[in-house]
Design a protein around this ligand. Structure first.
Ligand SMILES: Cc1cc2nc3c(=O)[nH]c(=O)nc-3n(C[C@H](O)[C@H](O)[C@H](O)COP(=O)(O)OP(=O)(O)OC[C@H]3O[C@@H](n4cnc5c(N)ncnc54)[C@H](O)[C@@H]3O)c2cc1C
Length: 187
């Protein structure tokens, strides 16, 4: 953070890529109720995660032409793969209440097991780990897990499902429609 060539802005929502012709020239973002635009001197690197990165691309006009037209976003580049091939690497934590106070003493995932749900599989498809703390999403944390609690969580490895991400509107604050392969709906 001491580096003179680094600025970190928190509470900033990137809303769109800014273009010069078809070239990405910077980003637009909202912060404290104001819209800002930053021009890139070299390049723009997007790392908004597996869901928000394709969302921002589509919001900016890069995606499947018919999809963008459906929500009224002007096309910059027809790239039909954006929002497709979504791989849902989900994890399911379970929080347990302990009788005694629990200590926060490790990196939260030191005890882990990588295992097979079926011995006939070539390689493991599940990973479980023990966390010495309530390991909860912001949504689950609203129900206030007990203070003396620990968690056992399991994630699916090598997920086979392939789903799709779709915009619900042109406004950057419109939520993304996440369709896993089992919930995918015909267009
Ligand atoms: C269940 C699971 C287990 C994993 N286990 C491991 C592991 O053991 N080891 C490992 O190396 N990797 C692991 N990974 C992968 C790792 O978490 C990801 O590869 C990594 O977090 C990706 O980093 P990222 O910065 O691209 O995206 P993220 O970590 O998703 O960060 C994106 C950030 O962008 C912000 N953001 C999103 N949209 C906007 C916007 N419009 N404006 C401003 N900010 C925005 C988000 O708030 C977030 O802070 C795991 C992933 C999963 C799902």
């Amino acid at each position: 953070m001491d580096r003179p060539n680094l600025t970190v802005l928190t509470q900033a929502l990137v809303t769109r890529l800014a273009f010069e012709g078809k070239e990405v020239a910077g980003v637009e973002f909202q912060r404290e109720g104001k819209l800002h635009r930053i021009k890139a001197t070299c390049e723009v690197v997007l790392s908004l995660g597996a869901i928000q990165t394709p969302k921002l691309l589509m919001q900016s006009g890069i995606g499947d032409e018919a999809e963008l037209k459906r929500v009224g976003i002007p096309l910059i580049e027809h790239l039909p793969g954006i929002g497709r091939n979504f791989q849902d690497h989900f994890m399911s934590p379970c929080v347990w209440e302990a009788r005694e106070p629990t200590e926060r003493r490790n990196n939260l995932a030191e005890a882990t097991a990588i295992w097979k749900s079926d011995a006939a599989l070539d390689t493991p498809d599940l990973q479980s780990f023990m966390v010495g703390a309530p390991y909860a999403s912001p949504q689950a944390a609203k129900v206030a897990p007990p203070p003396n609690s620990w968690s056992l969580t399991t994630a699916v490895l090598r997920t086979a499902s392939r789903g799709r991400l779709r915009l619900t509107g042109a406004d950057p604050r419109d939520p993304i429609d996440i369709q896993t392969s089992s919930t995918i709906r015909p267009t």
